[in-house]
Design a protein around this ligand. Structure first.
Ligand code: AMP
Ligand code: ZN
Length: 471
């Protein structure tokens, strides 16, 4: 099936053409591991996963690289302020290395809970200092660098004629009227490739380099590590939308002089997860993680489903009401899946399977329209003319494509329903029948709550009631 993606570089939806047939080389900017990743970060990682699953479903072999930034990201996102890693270490009274370890593990656990396929490679910036130094040396040879004494080595953006192209800006627009806060920089847009360690304090992370002891600038690692694992040119690069104008623009500027244009063929940017009054962010103070959701009793799949109901180029506003609604929607689908799984006798209708497989895959292949694909899937579940054996095969395909763990959850539901309620729960249920007969609805409600707090759900059915163990 022809894949189409919105390419930030050309500002158009384009037909995807791979560099190597049936292969997709994919780099996604990963987290700075100084703190937990919130649900906004996870929306971005989840979108990476959907993109990857869509390529896999179309028969591509995917090499996915996601970095862990464990050095060099300063609080201003520019080249000033504190190092986020050192700040995180001070906050938790740990070393920077311990902080990195802790938050890499937390991040991977949260990604697993959301059923994200692990990237092929997850390189850490601190393991690739040599590659980063070599890249600076190449840029130095080509005349793109200059030194700010006592500060570091900087990239001179005026030397790269197409600087700003990704964000649809040219150099003079970018420079026009802007005030240079750091007077030593030649242009407001110039950025650090190598920062010197301060002379008055000792940094926990620092390395020797041809220019002096210090650490790499934040943008550099993505160029150096993507080239190492994906080759000098690759297919798709993604990240949150805020990366377009600075981080990715700088990645391009420091890569293309070395490897030639175009370095990356398709740039895809994810819109944010919002709160009522702005972007969900760590600096805003209050944020939720996947672990918070689990602690509050939510299934992480409800969050996954919520994200899939939106489109990646549109912001999604997060609220617990919204999550509750998504949770109900997800459970309804699992209920239908379980009913299908309870009786899958019969033969799979190959022609119908192929027809629905393509109907489900087509919207996702067309610039990741996941919500449209879910509508088609709901139609499939409802369609009485298709047998359960065929539906079950398609459910398995939807699990591969959208990663919603429907078969796993459907099976769990069936298992729970098979489990007989213990005597004391049955007794409460009987008492509730009596209470209802006596029209004592207050008591009936009380008994329902009691059953609920013991981990069982009671629903009234024509034959009486049904007890199900809660998931
Ligand atoms: P950070 O750890 O801040 O470098 O962020 C890791 C990734 O999450 C980056 O690609 C960001 O663009 C992305 N990100 C941060 N906040 C949000 C948000 N509210 N919604 C979606 N993506 C986000
Ligand atoms: Zn990056």
């Amino acid at each position: 099936m022809q894949i189409r993606l919105f390419n930030t570089l050309t500002h158009k939806i384009e037909d995807f053409k791979p560099i190597t047939p049936n292969h997709m080389g994919f780099y996604s900017c990963g987290p700075t591991v100084y703190w937990d990743q919130h649900l906004g970060n996870m929306r971005t990682f989840l979108n990476n996963d959907i993109l990857k699953r869509m390529f896999l479903a179309n028969g591509y072999d995917v090499t996915h690289v996601m970095n862990f930034t464990d050095v060099g990201h300063l609080t201003s996102d520019e080249d000033t302020g504190d190092d986020k890693m050192e700040k995180g270490a001070a906050r938790e009274n740990m070393s920077v290395w311990e902080i990195a370890e802790k938050y890499i593990n937390n991040c991977l656990n949260d990604m697993d809970a959301l059923n994200l396929i692990r990237p092929t490679y997850t390189p850490r910036a601190t393991d690739h200092i040599k590659e980063q130094i070599e890249l600076i040396q190449k840029l130095e040879k080509l005349g793109f660098t200059y030194e700010i004494p006592g500060d570091g080595i900087y990239y001179d953006t005026s030397k790269w004629a197409t600087y700003g192209e990704l964000g649809g800006q040219n150099l003079s627009e970018l420079r026009g009227g802007a005030r240079i806060e750091n007077n030593a920089k030649r242009n407001i847009t110039d950025f650090a490739l190598w920062k010197y360690s301060p002379t008055d304090t000792k940094r926990q992370m620092e390395w020797d380099s041809p220019w002096g002891v210090g650490f790499p600038g934040w943008h550099l690692e993505c160029s150096a590590m993507s080239m190492k694992y994906l080759g000098e040119h690759f297919d798709v690069h993604t990240g949150g939308q805020e990366h377009i104008k600075v981080h990715h623009t700088n990645e391009i500027a420091q890569s293309e002089p070395v490897v030639g244009k175009p370095w990356v063929h398709y740039w895809v940017h994810w819109a944010w997860l919002m709160l009522k009054d702005g972007k969900m962010s760590k600096s805003a103070g209050s944020f939720w993680t996947v672990r918070t959701l689990i602690e509050k009793g939510y299934d992480p799949m409800a969050y996954r489903y919520l994200v899939l109901l939106g489109h990646y180029r549109q912001p999604v506003e997060f609220s617990f009401d919204g999550l509750d609604a998504a949770s109900v929607g997800y459970k309804n689908i699992v209920r239908k899946v379980a009913d299908i799984m309870a009786d899958t006798q019969g033969a799979v209708d190959k022609a119908l399977y192929d027809e629905w497989h393509d109907k489900i895959l087509a919207p996702v292949s067309d610039n990741l329209k996941t919500a449209e694909s879910l509508v088609v899937f709901q139609e499939l579940l409802k369609d009485k003319s298709i047998n359960n054996a065929t539906k079950f095969e398609l459910i398995k395909f939807v699990d591969e494509l959208l990663g919603l763990l429907l078969v796993q959850h459907g099976q769990k539901l069936l298992d729970l329903e098979k489990e007989e309620a213990p005597a004391e729960i049955q007794e409460l249920a009987q008492k509730r029948v009596e209470a209802k007969k006596n029209r004592d609805f207050a008591l009936a409600d009380e008994l329902r709550n009691k059953i609920d707090s013991c981990g069982w759900t009671i629903v009234d059915i024509p034959q009486g009631y049904k007890l199900t163990k809660k998931q």
